[in-house]
Structure formats: structure tokens, C-alpha cells
Design a protein around this ligand. Sequence first.
Ligand SMILES: [Zn+2]
Length: 283
Amino acid sequence: MGEFCLKKKFYASLVAVSMALVPTLALSQTTVNMPRNRYEVQRDVQIGQQYSTEIEKVFPVLNDRISNDYVQDVGARLVANIPVRFRQPQFRYNFKVVNASDINAFALPGGPMYVNRGMIEAARNEGEMAGVMAHEISHVALRHATAQATKQGSWQNQLGTIGLILGGAILGGQAGAQAGAIAATAWQTKYSREYETQADILGAQIMAAAGYDPRDLANMFQTIAAQGGGRAPEWLSSHPDPGNRFQRINQEAARLRVSPEPIKITREFQSVPASLQSKRGQS
Ligand SMILES: [Zn+2]
């Protein structure tokens, strides 16, 4: 009987404990909603293909299997953890390293993504690099380019402007990386603050699901700011207000199930810089 009572007490305390946990568990992850979009999914794919062709004419895409394989692997792990409701069978995510020292990365609609050598070199661990990639993947998954065009009501204007800038850069005959940077910035600044927040939140969720610590995305804003030197690095100029974002991403991280041993320093992360170093100056 004594044992029964003890058991009863034990179960009663279990119930008390689990009830006490309920409010914490109820603080669930933020729901991200797909923005309204009047374009067909195929339109995103078309735009991405068109611009990746243009961009690769001016961008010095790095011809280094080790680093390309590496960003491809990290990217694939993140893509595999995009929530089901944001997956598009038509999208083809792929990741290339650009031989430019500017700290920058960007993705085109439908999936082509470019990560500068400078971004990989700036990251203090794989999570920080993956954070920027998860953020960019989120812009693609949420179809932000065509969603923004839907909101502005004039797709032609937006696309026309980007096309002109790209065309100008090519005709201007500037050094590839510089011209490419102009095009990339022109593309990135198109996103509204609301979409940036969405990409931060979904990016944090994808990171946690993929085994990374979303706080590394928050940390990357500080890492980039610290390494900027005199001028603002490209990615920060298109991604303003790092302080607020740092806080918001960490808030979201507190609501997510994060691995107790998140991916940080991997063998690849340690070996890729040497491979990048050997390609410096080449393009
Ligand atoms: Zn962004």
C-alpha cells in the first residue's frame, strides 16, 4: 500500500511537472506564411535560369571542386529540411562559390545560389556560413522575388531595372567580380523588411531542423560587421539593422528544438580555406 501511495505521489508529481512545462512548450515556433503570389511557380524557375546565365558571364565562378562540393553538401542538407509546405518540385537548388573577397551571398528565384569566397572565409564556423545560406534559401522557398512583384503590381518594372543594371555592367566592361557585385546588390535590395524578417525566421527553423544552431545566423551578422573594415560588406548593406535581427533570431532559436551538439567545426570547414587560398587571384 505504501508503495502504491509512493507511486501515486510519483505520478502526481509527474503530472505537476508536465503541467508546469506546458507554458514553455506552448511557446512554439513562429508560423511563417507564404506571401501572396500571382505568378506561377514556373516563372520563378525561368527568372532564375535567365539571370544565372547572365550572372555567370560576369561572375568569376570558382573552379575548385573541394569548395564547390562543400557548399553543395551544406546547401543540400539545408534544402532537405525546408518545411514540406514550402517545397516546390520544380525548384533546383544549387550552390556555387564565387571567387570574390567581398562578404556576400545571394540566391536567384528557383534555386541558383552564389556564395562568395569572402563569405566562407569570414565565417567562424560552419553554422555561420550555413546561416547565411539558410536565409537565402528561405527567400527562394518563400518565392519572395515574384511575391514582391505581386505586391508592387508591376513585374515588368522590377525585372526591367535589374536587366538594365546587369546589361550596363556587362557593356561597361568592368572587372567581373565588381560588375557582378553591382548586379547582386541590385537584386538583393529589392526585398522588403518584412521579407527579410521572414527569411531570418524560416532560416532559423531550417537550421535547427538540419542540425545547426540558429544562433549562428545571428552571430554571423556580428562576424560580418566586425570584418567589414572601413566600408559595409555587401551582404550587410542589403541586410540592414543587424542588432534587431540578432535579437529576433535568438528569440526564435529559444523556441526551437536545437541539437545539444549542433554542427560547428567540421573537417571540411577546416580544410576548405586552404583550398580557397590556393585559388586566390585566379578566376
Ligand atoms: Zn535577405
